[in-house]
Design a binder for this molecule. Structure first.
Ligand code: FAD
Length: 513
């Protein structure tokens, strides 16, 4: 053996060209590392999912005849970090070459590009996962500049010939969003399919995490429900095509607490499999389109286009935003938000029904769907002016799919407007009215969504106007916010003052809502 090839936990791509040939001079290393469990407080299911998926990948490679070294925390605990471990392995095995796949996270990319191994040739290669080649990010994105996702998405559709016909978008329209985004009514509840769950035994991993004093958050499950290998990921994709795609776009923004499947509704839950690269974006897109083509009488184009946009559009877009703007992006705080994250983000112990439900679900399953992340916890943090560093840490830790390249532009950019408008052209700020329209959380809430200033008024209402008022300098002249500021100015000063006073009282007591 001469060459060591490193496979990181989110590089479980069996189709990578590395694996095309069995090469007896190559040894692969896959390692559980304390540095990866410790850069943020992760959800316990997330750590289990990564470790279980890494172990399965190692096993699959070995079965194909590759030489694989799988190191658990027991074996890596003596090395302070990844470079030290690499130094040890290359020396011990007298290796001459070290190769790695380019990490998607800035932190790891910096770490690996600064590794020096005396006498050893080092080279990085592409991870062969995304549709947009890394080298094209510079052409599509400009540092510190807003790039419209919709136009990026259209270029991607053309470039990769996805849902196109004779150079035009299939169906004559790029985007069918107007047909999507319904709320779930009582009659819809019984139809929601239950999510496809797996039962991967991770009890050994849990014991190991305990033995090494790894701090985690969230509910531990010895039977992990997330997919950890290709077979399970493909089953999840099939399940999505057969049962969920049909209403994916339609109910994409809906929230409910009244269904046994309320935590994932018509969402695919493929994000972990995608982000760990167990499954590729093109595989997902092709499969979904092929399924739709065979079932066009049942499944509308709006559902498929809506789903494709998330993966070909948003997912590739946030990666570009991340790489073109790092490392500055991580320190942006355009709205000067400084408040600490309230304690109930870690306990779900709040009387706000939407917040309680979203946080509890996140702690239980390491998952919330997009609109919960954006319009419940995200919007609340924006309105309350929570420090984006703390918001980022929470999102980066709690979700099964949270890796910085995708988490940060969504959190710091899309939800917190901390990037000053690189991702969003206006802040995703909304009052309780939006939540009442899109969910059934308000029905049994301690707070009243119709009230603004009373004792039991929904906190989102006065906090919303407080946000609008305190950021008038930033948003007052934003054409997309004209109506909002008109409505604010229409209120008499007494009403305005009462709302601001109420919001001030809430902000002073943020931990007890
Ligand atoms: P579906 O609704 O079934 O969508 C299909 C796929 O589209 C997802 O699996 C995902 O790969 C992709 N996708 C959809 N929306 C986005 C988006 N905005 N950005 C990137 N990809 C998208 N996604 C992550 O993968 N990791 C994160 O850490 C993450 N953090 C987020 C933080 C906030 C504040 C917000 C608002 C969104 C975040 N997202 C993140 C995006 C999105 O919420 C999740 O991808 C989605 O909820 C995952 O569930 P799903 O697989 O069921 O998605």
């Amino acid at each position: 053996t001469q060459t060591l090839r490193l496979i990181l936990g989110d590089q479980l791509n069996a189709s990578h060209s590395w694996f095309k040939q069995i090469d007896p001079t190559v040894v692969y290393v896959i390692a559980e590392l304390k540095q990866e469990t410790g850069y943020v407080n992760h959800h316990v299911q997330k750590v289990c999912a990564f470790f279980a998926a890494m172990a399965q990948f190692a096993q699959a490679l070995a079965q194909c005849g590759h030489q694989v070294m799988y190191l658990t925390l027991d074996e890596t605990q003596h090395y302070a970090d990844l470079p030290q471990l690499l130094e040890y392995i290359t020396k011990e095995h007298k290796l001459t070459h070290f190769q790695y796949q380019q990490p998607d996270e800035y932190r790891l990319s910096q770490q690996l590009s600064s590794v020096v191994l005396p006498g050893i040739a080092i080279n990085g290669t592409d991870s062969e996962h995304f549709l947009l080649p890394f080298s094209d990010i510079q052409r599509e994105f400009t540092p510190k500049k807003h790039v419209k996702m919709e136009f990026f998405y259209r270029r991607m559709r053309k470039r990769f010939n996805v849902l196109m016909q004779d150079g035009e978008p299939f169906g004559g329209q790029w985007n069918f969003d107007q047909q999507n985004r319904a709320s779930i009514k009582k009659n819809d509840l019984a139809d929601i399919p239950s999510p496809l769950l797996f039962a991967n035994d991770v009890s050994d991993i849990l014991v190991r995490l305990k033995r090494h004093n790894i701090n985690t958050i969230g509910k531990a499950e010895s039977q992990l429900l997330w997919p950890v290998n290709r077979l399970q990921s493909r089953k999840l994709l099939d399940y999505f095509c057969q049962h969920l795609l049909i209403r994916f776009g339609h109910f994409q923004d809906a929230m409910t607490e009244n269904s046994r499947s309320d935590w994932s509704l018509y969402h695919s839950r493929l994000s972990f499999a995608l982000n760990a690269k167990i499954i590729s974006p093109s595989e997902v897109i092709n499969k979904v389109i092929a399924h739709w083509q065979a079932h066009q009488d049942d499944i509308s184009l709006a559902q498929v286009e809506g789903f494709v946009r998330q993966i070909l559009g948003w997912r590739e877009y946030v990666r570009g935003i991340y790489w073109i703007n790092m490392p500055d992006y991580a320190t942006q705080n355009a709205l000067q938000a400084q408040r600490p994250l309230p304690g109930y983000f870690w306990t779900a112990n709040t009387k706000m029904s939407c917040m309680h439900h979203t946080i509890k679900q996140s702690l239980d399953f390491a998952y919330a769907h997009h609109i919960q992340r954006l319009m419940v916890t995200g919007c609340f943090s924006l309105l309350a002016g929570i420090n984006p560093d703390e918001v980022d840490q929470w999102y980066l830790g709690i979700y099964i799919d949270a890796i910085e390249w995708v988490e940060m532009p969504n959190t710091r950019g899309m939800t917190q407007f901390a990037d000053g408008g690189i991702v969003a052209t206006k802040p995703y700020a909304a009052s309780g009215n939006y939540l009442n329209k899109m969910s059934d959380h308000c029905k049994n809430c301690h707070y009243n969504v119709k009230l603004k200033t009373e004792e039991n008024a929904c906190p989102f209402n006065s906090l919303y106007w407080h946000f609008i008022q305190r950021h008038q300098a930033q948003f007052g002249r934003n054409p997309r916010m004209t109506m909002v500021y008109k409505n604010w100015q229409k209120m008499d000063t007494g009403t305005q003052q009462a709302i601001i006073n109420k919001a001030e009282a809430l902000l002073a007591n943020l931990d007890n809502l």
